[in-house]
Design a protein around this ligand. Structure first.
Ligand code: ATP
Length: 630
């Protein structure tokens, strides 16, 4: 979810003079190094000349003294020349000249040899100095952009080491528990802390130990950050907010330093709340990675553990942390005395969705035809953040239409957008469009006729997001368990698009790709997890685990034989083939009604329940669930 958690403070412009100072320092260093690496110059006028000319001068007795350098010879003349030169300098040949020393001896010339000059030690450090100077400059810039408004007081190195979290976040508006709709259990769990934070002395007097660490877990967008802010709002205490990823730095020890500073600052302002979002980015199980960055993360995690351990019962600082990956957290974080109170926020049910819509609808102009119960019913699986986004999208659509109020059609459009993405403009050939209509009509007919599934709501062949067309069901209520009859009906509906293509067009296409994938995954779960194959029975034969909050599959090692795996495969195939046979029979039986649906779909692109019924069940007059688009 990419909803911003904390309002971004305004970007603080770099302090005038500090950048210039840094660059002046770097330039000074470069100049100094340049000077130090130059060969020393002997005082007086020196001219350069070819090596042969210097030898001639020596032979002619014009030279009084010679200085031999590593790759040069400097001859001091007996008398100053007419051009004012008193020394002549020449580069010596790469191969040493064996005749030079005897010549100098013959001519009785004083010879001084100079040892080769070792380059200044500064030269070795210069690249490092430049790299470090550049790094500080860059991180200062970044800090200025992200948290300048909060940590700006320290400036430069101070900012870098403390991060932005050592100053409390100014909550722009007071958030209370009333702003967190649904999530009653979670609110109840954290509301105890309000009393403690408001009047810690009362608890301390009777020696009560109140939990210092509370872990908020749940799928993205369910209101973990919102709940933490509401707790701060209710208790009226300073709120130190940060994200685990802000502690991950390039230099080992910097993250740990920031943690220390943040806890120190919170202790000073106690009673206070520290909130660490994305705890998993810092709190993963230790010893599972490689490299220096890993050391930095471990040190930071160790510091958090040390700070949590360091709380005395008298300190009124509550540390809230949020994650949607509790499975990867280091067990040390969850031990008693640390994040030992766990509060789970789940995806809202229908009533909670209605309540969340109520919170976010405030101030939005709603058309009187809008039925928010209907919107709540049609958005199973939506998080609080999704619902907020849906209302915002609907408001944008209404504004674009210049139509004033938000209509049911705006909300319907917004729902499709949030679920599947924006409408795509695609050049679709007529025969492909016809196949698309046949495919979707197949799904629609199966959802309509196959007993036990969710009621059909609408069908469309307008491409959106990754899909070319879609059939929408509207569950009458949220389902917490799935019956075998319901799942078998789902399989028939999923495979009916392909069955319709096969029967009405005489061939199948790649359009069933996602249907087959989903049907196979469902059938595998029925066999391997839910014991719905009579022969295999109630045995857990799964090879992956559902992630509790993210809906992903996590692979796990297989704990059964190849023979059992083959039996599972066969049972999965049997379920799918059975569903396909039923789908084909259903399409065959309702061929005429489906042809009517195909024709209307090609003409109108989107059909609501009234239009669908007109083709599939012409004798029945029913009240439409959805309203026509305006
Ligand atoms: P993530 O795991 O992605 O960090 P999160 O669980 O911290 O998400 P929030 O950032 O708190 O979710 O929620 C995002 C926005 O969604 C909130 O600012 C709020 O506007 C809305 N929202 C979420 N849940 C609720 C709720 N229960 N009641 C009202 N609004 C909600």
């Amino acid at each position: 979810m990419n909803t911003p958690k904390t309002p971004m403070p305004p970007q603080q412009p770099g302090k005038p003079g500090q950048d210039q100072m840094l660059w002046l320092f770097v330039l000074g260093l470069v100049a100094l190094t340049f000077l130090l690496t130059q060969q020393p110059t002997t005082p007086g006028a020196t001219v350069t000349a070819p090596y042969s000319e210097v030898k001639t001068l020596i032979r002619n007795g014009d030279v009084r003294e010679v200085t031999l350098e590593e790759r040069a010879i400097v001859a001091t003349l007996q008398d100053q020349r007419a051009d004012g030169a008193s020394r002549v300098r020449a580069i010596t040949p790469a191969q040493p000249d064996p005749a030079l020393v005897p010549l100098l001896e013959n001519m009785n010339i004083t010879v001084t040899a100079e040892a080769p000059r070792a380059p200044s030690t500064l030269i070795w450090f210069l690249p490092w100095i430049l790299i470090i100077a550049f790094y500080f400059w860059l991180s200062r810039r970044m800090m200025g952009g992200i948290g300048g408004g909060m940590g700006g007081g320290l400036g430069g190195m101070g900012d870098f080491l403390s991060g932005r979290a050592s100053k409390p976040t100014k909550l722009t508006s007071k958030v209370t528990f009333a702003d967190v709709a649904g999530q009653d259990e979670a609110k109840r769990e954290v509301s105890e802390l309000v009393e403690f934070l408001r009047d810690p002395d009362r608890f301390q007097r009777v020696g009560a130990t109140v939990p210092h660490g509370v872990l908020l877990m749940g799928p993205p967008g369910t209101g973990k950050t919102l709940l933490a802010r509401a707790l701060a709002g209710e208790a009226g205490v300073p709120f130190f907010s940060t994200s685990g990823s802000e502690f991950v730095e390039m230099f080992v020890g910097v993250g740990a330093g920031r943690v220390r500073k943040m806890f120190e600052a919170a202790r000073k302002q106690a009673p206070a709340i520290i909130f660490i979002d994305e705890l998993d980015s810092i709190g993963r199980t230790r010893g599972t990675g490689l490299g220096g960055g890993h050391d930095e993360r471990e040190q930071t995690l160790n510091q958090i553990l040390a700070e949590l351990d360091g709380f005395s019962a008298r300190e009124a600082v509550v540390v809230l942390a949020a994650t949607n990956r509790p499975d990867v957290l280091d067990p040390a974080l969850l031990r008693p005395g640390r994040f030992d109170r766990h509060v789970t926020l789940s995806l809202p049910d229908k009533d909670a969705r209605r309540a969340i819509l109520n919170v976010h609808i405030k101030g939005l102009p709603l058309h009187r035809d809008v039925d928010l119960d209907q919107v709540a019913a049609g958005t199973p699986g939506f998080s609080g953040a999704d619902l907020k986004n849906l209302l915002n999208e609907a408001a944008i659509t209404a504004a674009r239409r210049r139509g004033g109020d938000i209509t049911p059609a705006d909300l319907d459009e917004a729902r499709d957008k949030v679920m599947m993405g924006t409408v795509r403009t695609l050049a679709i050939q007529p025969d492909e469009r016809h196949r698309l209509a046949v495919h979707e009509a197949g799904h629609t007919a199966a959802a309509f006729y196959a007993p036990g599934g969710d009621p059909i709501y609408k069908v469309t062949i307008i491409p959106r997001g990754r899909s070319l067309g879609s059939t929408h069901m509207l569950p009458a209520h949220d389902r917490h368990t799935l019956s075998e009859a319901y799942l078998r009906a789902q399989l028939v509906t999923l495979l009916a698009g392909r069955a319709a293509e096969k029967l009405l067009l005489g061939s199948v296409s790649s359009g069933a790709d996602d249907d087959i994938r989903r049907a196979t995954a469902l059938a595998r779960s029925m066999v391997a997890r839910w014991g719905m194959d009579a022969e295999i029975g109630p045995v857990d034969l799964r090879e992956s685990e559902d992630h509790p909050f993210l809906g992903q599959q996590i692979a796990q090692p297989r704990s059964f034989s190849d023979e059992t795996a083959t039996r599972v495969d066969q049972a999965v195939m049997a379920l799918l083939h059975d569903a396909e046979t039923k789908a084909v029979a259903l399409i065959e039986e309702h061929r005429d009604e489906i042809s009517c649906l195909v024709a209307r779909l090609e003409a109108e692109e989107t059909l609501d329940l009234t239009a669908i019924r007109a083709c599939l069940d012409p004798d029945t007059t029913i009240l439409p669930i959805s309203r026509n688009r305006t």
